[in-house]
Design a binder for this molecule. Structure first.
Ligand SMILES: Nc1ncnc2c1ncn2[C@@H]1O[C@H](COP(=O)(O)OP(=O)(O)OP(=O)(O)O)[C@@H](O)[C@H]1O
Length: 303
């Protein structure tokens, strides 16, 4: 028997706009967030990067006013300040499930809170299928492995198919297969017009699950860039794009240390038939040197 289709969502797609968000825990000496500003459009997934303790989890919870403390700034979703909770799914860093209940019972419990009554059964079945949890649906959660518990936690957090999804270190404990499933799900959610915020310590998570990333430092957004750009900066790579008879080729190479080394690259990689189209580099000194080179000027992309 085929699973009942997920009932058509009354999904309100809209941009998340955060302006000047500050947050201070009760009795703390100073605020953790000091004026974070950020936009996430439908179909975008923004990775939140930063060292331990920089405030990534605090940021996600402060969006929802989930923790006690002093909050300032504005947060709107599709222009509305007062969100309906069915619009947001929040998968916290810690797995939050009832261990004695089965995966299906946990999902049903959340669906009863977050969905209209006529949608509960359909939402549970569709989410179990979406996350590949059918085979484990009737196991008590405490008997599941850490990875399946994490996946069940994510499923329970998004059982109501919300347009805004917050994922705090979602790949913790996932093995290769379940992680790949999650990466694929995030891709589908984006195509479906959801907006995502994802924290992770793993660059490959950000690379595979996010379109953009922000770096949080000293309680503010220190950098906001498309993921390829940010990852290039992280790895200090050189992106070399050449065209040959209308076909573009991109190569990622380690950043050369000198312009002479770059010339060698070009001789080596872009042979006579290929025309140099673009060099993009994150090495500031190299960029300056390239800009000063009469042969290469114009091929350098500003960051
Ligand atoms: N309930 C709390 N009360 C007071 N301070 C807190 C509370 N929760 C977190 N903090 C403090 O807020 C700061 C930011 O913590 P947060 O967990 O948001 O950082 P994070 O970037 O998510 O860290 P990690 O990468 O380790 O998960 C830390 O200094 C932390 O000690």
């Amino acid at each position: 028997m085929s699973a009942p289709a997920r009932p058509a969502p009354t999904r309100m797609r809209g941009e998340l706009v955060v302006e000047g968000l500050s947050f201070q825990y009760p009795r703390a000496e100073r605020p953790v967030l000091r004026g974070m500003s950020l936009r996430v459009a439908p179909g975008e997934s923004v990775g939140v990067l930063g060292p331990n303790g920089s405030g990534k989890s605090t940021f996600l919870s402060a969006l929802l006013e989930a923790r006690s403390g002093h909050r300032e700034g504005t947060v709107t979703l599709a222009g509305a300040r007062a969100w309906r909770r069915e619009l947001v799914g929040y998968a916290t860093q810690e797995v939050a499930l009832y261990p004695q209940l089965t995966a299906a019972e946990n999902l049903r419990h959340m669906a009863r809170i977050l969905c209209p009554p006529e949608r509960v059964a359909g939402a549970v079945t569709a989410t179990l299928d979406e996350f590949g949890l059918r085979g484990r649906a009737h196991e008590p959660v405490h008997r599941l492995s850490g990875g399946w518990q994490r996946l069940t936690h994510l499923a329970a957090s998004f059982v109501h198919d919300p347009p805004l999804r917050l994922l705090d270190e979602p790949t913790t404990a996932l093995d290769f297969e379940t992680r790949s499933r999650l990466v694929e799900l995030t891709r589908r959610w984006r195509i479906d017009g959801c907006a995502l915020l994802v924290t992770s310590h793993y660059p490959e998570d950000i690379e595979q699950m996010c379109t953009h990333a922000v770096v949080v430092r000293d309680g503010v957004v220190a950098r906001h860039a498309p993921v390829p750009e940010l990852m290039a900066a992280h790895r200090r790579e050189l992106l070399l794009e050449t065209t040959d008879a209308g076909t573009s080729r991109q190569r990622r190479l380690p950043v050369p240390r000198t312009v002479a080394e770059l010339r060698d690259y070009l001789l080596h990689h872009a042979d006579g038939r290929e025309r140099l189209k673009e060099i993009r580099t994150t090495g500031a000194r190299l960029r300056d040197a390239l800009a000063a080179d009469p042969h290469l000027r114009g091929a350098v992309d500003d960051e």
